[in-house]
Design a protein around this ligand. Sequence first.
Ligand SMILES: Cc1cc2nc3c(=O)[nH]c(=O)nc-3n(C[C@H](O)[C@H](O)[C@H](O)COP(=O)(O)OP(=O)(O)OC[C@H]3O[C@@H](n4cnc5c(N)ncnc54)[C@H](O)[C@@H]3O)c2cc1C
Ligand SMILES: Cc1cc2nc3c(=O)[nH]c(=O)nc-3n(C[C@H](O)[C@H](O)[C@H](O)COP(=O)(O)O)c2cc1C
Length: 656
Amino acid sequence: MYENLFSSKKIGTMTVPNRTVMTAMGNYLADEGGFVSDKDIAFYGARAKGGTGLVITECTVVDSKTGLGNDREIVVDDDKYIPGLKKLADEIHKYGSKLCVQIYHPGRQGIAVVNGVESMKSASATECQIVHQPTHEMTKEEIKDMVNKFAQAARRVKEAGADAVELHGAHGYLIGQFSSPYTNRRTDEYGGSFENRMRFFDEIIDAVRAEVGADFPIIARFSVDEHMEYAGQPEAGLHLADGVEIGKHLEAKGVDALDVSSGIYETMNTAWEPVGFDQGWKIEGPASVKAAVKIPVIGVAVIRDPEYAEELLKAEKLDFVGSARAFYADPEWSNKAKNGNACDIRKCISCLYCMESLMSANAERPMGCSVNFEAGKENQYQAEQLPKNGEGRTVAVIGAGPAGLEAARILAIRGFKPVVFEKQNRLGGQVYLASKPPKKERTAWLIDYEKGQLEKLGVEIRLGVEASVEDIKALNPYAVFVATGSNPVMPRSIKGLDGANVHTPVEILDGTVKLSGKKVCVVGSGMTGIETAELLSEQGNEVSVFEMADDIGPGLFFQNLIDVMSRIAPHNVAMYPKHRLVEISGNNVSFETTDTKETANFEFDEVVVSLGVAANKAANEQFAEAFDNVRFLGDALSTGRIEAAVRTGYLAAAEL
Ligand SMILES: Cc1cc2nc3c(=O)[nH]c(=O)nc-3n(C[C@H](O)[C@H](O)[C@H](O)COP(=O)(O)OP(=O)(O)OC[C@H]3O[C@@H](n4cnc5c(N)ncnc54)[C@H](O)[C@@H]3O)c2cc1C
Ligand SMILES: Cc1cc2nc3c(=O)[nH]c(=O)nc-3n(C[C@H](O)[C@H](O)[C@H](O)COP(=O)(O)O)c2cc1C
């Protein structure tokens, strides 16, 4: 099984035990000052223990005075960082995996205030359209100094006992800023022609090689296509043919492997993709490079299934299968595949909570994963290391959404006897609904995973049973977990919500109400509202979306908003921000404009009201009153998203 995936292969002098590569992923785990932390050791160690062939660290900082991405990134600009990296290398080697350290400078994509500088370094003074930082064109002295900083960082990586170093020339960071004509407008020998734009990368490779010697593997990461069509400038930047030339050029410069990615900040959705991008959508990029070079090629393309990974290797599209998020969501991805347990893999659902939480991370609110609560917390939580002291005690779990299912899984691992009640005839709660809009099928992978695990753990699930206090009393449970979730809000203050043509998103998504060829008004532009509007458009309705806030999609992570809006655009959905719903009367839907306070009336056949969700407090209270040991989880505790449901489910079970 997966013969190619689990065969070894060399990168230069390094033999990687299999073809799985965890590509670099910022994790916000370093200790203050940029030292490798115990959290890092546990995090990367878990991926090595899980059988990942090559573990590449997050981007580490070659110059902490001008090139920090955030305040919890590993730094490599001083020899004092070598012992921490050595500890990390030793941990990875314990499991037979290899460690590669990625080194980088963010250039124009970094934040000036984080670095205490007035402007960020770049090839030219071209401000990034995402982070909007002042940027200056590097002088030749600055270039020379930076080349040396990369070389010294690589020396430290080698001295620490890592197996390889990766030069981060992808995703529009400093090296890429020189390679790309979009960001490099120089007129000296570092700009203009292809050779000139590659000069900075070349000098770094030469300087690194001089420091690490001929035998130490150097991997070069680059964006084969900057996909500027996603930024409305299809002609700009690097295209696939340019990327293939870069690959050939880097091979000729003597790097040992190429790690092929795509995109820059302006086209971020093509670098770490939201749910709208299918598995394999950009495989042509690395595959085209592989066809043009002899050195090994690592490629990423939202690869999630071992079967697909094996197919890519067999078809010689890649030499190594790369992913960051697949291994973030499940550190044991490789071993599960290798041992014939691919069905046990907890697959990344591409919700981008990782990136969203990384961008806003701080000491109190770390980065995290929706489906894997343990990600980044492996030194504190690993399910198999939790106390196994359940002693068969019964725990009633009311509700089989992600919170209830995750709690039941952890309870069973700990030796409790969870009994899950679910009033519907299916598992998943709102996640079932979340998987219904176009492109969201993947969301249901979480439910498939939980279902499979609960079956293996022999957990009793009573489907189609709306748990009452009496039902629970009959179990004489040690504890009661209330994971009853939430339901759509229908505010009483709005008149006419009981009309026959007024529906909830739930009714549309679960198919209870089927609309086609209608003029439909969706009120509320949170993710549920917009995705429901998208589904209704696909079903052949003429859809308009109304939103009280100043902008459509308030509070949504911008990458997800861009993704869904790009899919909805061809349907010509009319968007009305600043419109507060006042009344529905038959076909007349009445709004108040929030800025001018005018009444605006529209005619629609049908109305879908998506104004958020709320827990059923009264129903939940009865359990709190009837039992002593009661915990609330997920939306029943506080309405949120999958991450909160899984987190509170896990923690309630871990801490019982
Ligand atoms: C359309 C839609 C799209 C969404 N998309 C996303 C997304 O992309 N990303 C994201 O992070 N979040 C998303 N969410 C939110 C996410 O699905 C919820 O936050 C999450 O499902 C809450 O989990 P939960 O387990 O607390 O509750 P629920 O998922 O609501 O599950 C509760 C379960 O309890 C059952 N139940 C209630 N009372 C009883 C009873 N007395 N006896 C037995 N069973 C009972 C219900 O039938 C239900 O199955 C979406 C939600 C919706 C509606
Ligand atoms: C939260 C997050 C952080 C990332 N950090 C880095 C990084 O430090 N360096 C890098 O080269 N790529 C980084 N990436 C990109 C990944 O290595 C990978 O190319 C991308 O996630 C697409 O592949 P995947 O969906 O299989 O993970 C990051 C991606 C995410 C989601």
